[in-house]
Design a protein around this ligand. Structure first.
Ligand code: CFM
Length: 545
């Protein structure tokens, strides 16, 4: 029988939630609402993911523009980014994610304090916006002299048919020293922000990576893909890398700059943090330049240690391996000193996580480290491989929405393709259990009987709280106040509210402390107004009373 949490029968709960839906919708949601089960070979039930949200449902998802501009490119500081669209799209994607950056010097280029937009008006919607976009580029060049300009399309741009790529080509001919490229990331492209990730990956690969063959100095050079420096996470990973003695060549795209992007192909290893948003780039760089990639997780102290060990093992240098062990020992001593006391207080408390396309999985490690139970988790927009593992990739049906996003065909670079390890060495490493090109997904690591729900909506969240009474929920700003009004604390795992870092060792310490405070705060018990439990006044409507 499936495990029960807080005395709830998961099957009965699922049935009750679905019973309120019209039959057709209930049938679809049933496939996105899974009770976890783990069979031999880490086989888990199939989940329906990356499919359209049914209109009328209050989804947690964002749009393709958000995935491209806000997520993948947004955190890099010296590509001048112009939102071609209404002002709101640019404004609301401007630093609300709390992606931080640290320019080399006070004089170094940093466009992040600016939100640049063509501010489309009715006139342009009717007569076309290309002229205004060209004028915006002229103005940006005159004011800022950037090395590169990215143009990001919003919904109306696609609807009125502006050709941002033609504008980019024309303006690049006018300013030959500036790399100008456009993204077809109209908000409606695809079913969520996931489509925007893919659009961003493609353009960064074709127009940016590989333009400069000058490597950064350093012996063990690697990149981190899918780390966006929310709340300073990348700073913590830079600190650990330096202590261990590995050179972080480029991060896509937390605390990054253009020069690091264009020379990223000179590094010897790609580590992938957020598989959902950037696996495409890792795959393409491997095919074109021969850079191997593997999945890492820098969220959770144990996972951070494991990931840095794997990086050291990849380079295989005895000095690097022993230095990495030394760093881990020192850092873990600090982590454990805090962890033990907090674990004693948090053990057995329950949490549900509904976030994006990777954090709902990675943050489970931090909760396990302080003894908390994950009762339910789900992504907003991840694909089946992020839930079930990359082993299901060959079986994923490509639907019309996914086909809408270009799949690039990539060839070996004629002169620069260079396998980092010989085929024999790769085979030896694989035989010894070293996994490349792999991600096991979220479900095999979750307990049997826990809930896995894709694209959760507000109605289902309410039901979950009503039935399971979790001690904490992790989600985003759209959920935060709805949940807290129900008397349950909510930790934002997108922006981290006002905190961070949560990655690496110091991040783990920050996180344990914050969770301890949240689940022990008494304020959430006061969300019921006094008159709700004992009415003091009663009144009725009446005419001529
Ligand atoms: Fe990757 Fe992200 Fe996430 Fe994501 Fe995002 Fe984000 Fe996220 Mo918000 S890239 S999939 S599109 S880890 S912005 S930094 S927190 S939904 S789980």
């Amino acid at each position: 029988m499936a495990e029960q949490y807080n005395g709830v029968d998961a099957e009965a709960f699922k049935e009750e939630v679905l019973s309120k839906y019209p039959a057709k919708l209930a049938k679809k949601r049933a496939k996105q609402f899974v009770i976890n089960k783990i069979e031999d070979g880490d086989k888990v039930p199939e989940i329906l993911a990356n499919t359209r949200t049914t209109p009328g449902i209050l989804t947690m998802r964002g749009c393709s523009y958000a995935g491209c501009k806000g997520v993948v490119l947004g955190p890099t500081r010296d590509i001048l980014q112009i939102t071609h669209g209404p002002i709101g799209c640019g404004f609301y994607s401007w630093l609300t994610r709390r992606n931080q950056t640290r320019p080399e010097t006070l004089e170094s280029t940093n466009f992040m304090p600016y939100a640049m937009s063509t501010d489309l008006q009715e006139d342009e919607i009717i007569f076309g916006g290309e002229k205004k976009l060209k004028a915006a580029i002229d103005e940006a060049v005159a004011l800022f002299h950037p090395k590169a300009i990215g143009i990001f399309s919003t919904c109306p741009v696609g609807l009125i048919g502006d050709d941002v790529h033609a504008v980019a080509r024309e303006m690049e001919a006018k300013y030959p020293d500036i790399n100008i490229f456009g993204f077809s990331c109209e908000g409606y492209k695809g079913v969520s922000q996931s489509a925007g990730h893919h659009v961003a990956n493609n353009k960064v690969f074709t127009d940016v990576v590989g333009l400069d063959d000058t490597p950064k100095p350093g012996k063990f050079r690697f990149n981190i893909l899918g780390e966006y420096n929310i709340g300073g996470d990348a700073f913590e990973l830079e600190r650990i890398s330096e202590l261990c003695g590995v050179t972080l060549h480029s991060t896509f795209s937390g605390n990054s700059n253009y020069q690091e992007f264009i020379s990223a192909h000179t590094a010897d290893l790609n580590t992938v943090m957020c598989h959902r948003s950037i696996n495409y780039l890792a795959e393409m760089m491997e095919k074109k330049f021969g850079i191997p990639w593997f999945k890492v997780n820098f969220v959770g102290a144990e996972s951070t240690a494991k990931s840095f060990r794997k990086i050291a093992a990849f380079f295989g240098d005895p000095g690097l391996i022993s230095q990495t062990e030394k760093v881990i020992e020192e850092e873990m001593a600090k982590v454990n000193a805090v962890r033990e006391a907090i674990k004693a207080r948090c053990e057995g408390k329950t949490v549900a996580l509904f976030v994006g396309g990777s954090r709902a999985h990675h943050y489970q490690d931090l909760f396990r480290e302080i003894g908390m139970e994950v009762i339910a988790a789900g992504y907003e927009f991840a694909h089946r491989d992020d839930y079930e593992g990359r082993k299901v990739l060959p079986g994923i049906v490509v639907d019309a929405d996914s086909r809408n996003i270009e799949e690039l065909s990539v060839e070996k670079d004629a002169s620069r393709y260079k396998p980092r390890k010989s085929p024999e060495e790769m085979e030896r490493m694989k035989a010894a259990g070293f996994k490349f090109d792999d991600y096991d997904g979220m479900m095999p690591e979750m307990k049997e009987g826990t809930l896995v729900i894709d694209d959760l909506n507000h109605y289902e969240m309410d039901k979950l709280i009503e039935t399971y009474h979790p001690d904490l929920i992790c989600a985003g700003i759209k959920e935060k106040y709805v949940v807290q009004k129900l008397g349950i604390p909510l930790k934002q795992l997108h922006s981290y509210d006002y905190m961070g870092p949560f990655a690496g060792f110091e991040g783990a310490i920050n996180f344990y402390k914050e969770i301890d405070r949240l689940v022990h705060s008494t304020v959430f018990g006061l969300t019921k107004a006094p008159w709700e439990s004992s009415p003091e006044l009663s009144a009725s409507y009446g005419w001529n009373a």
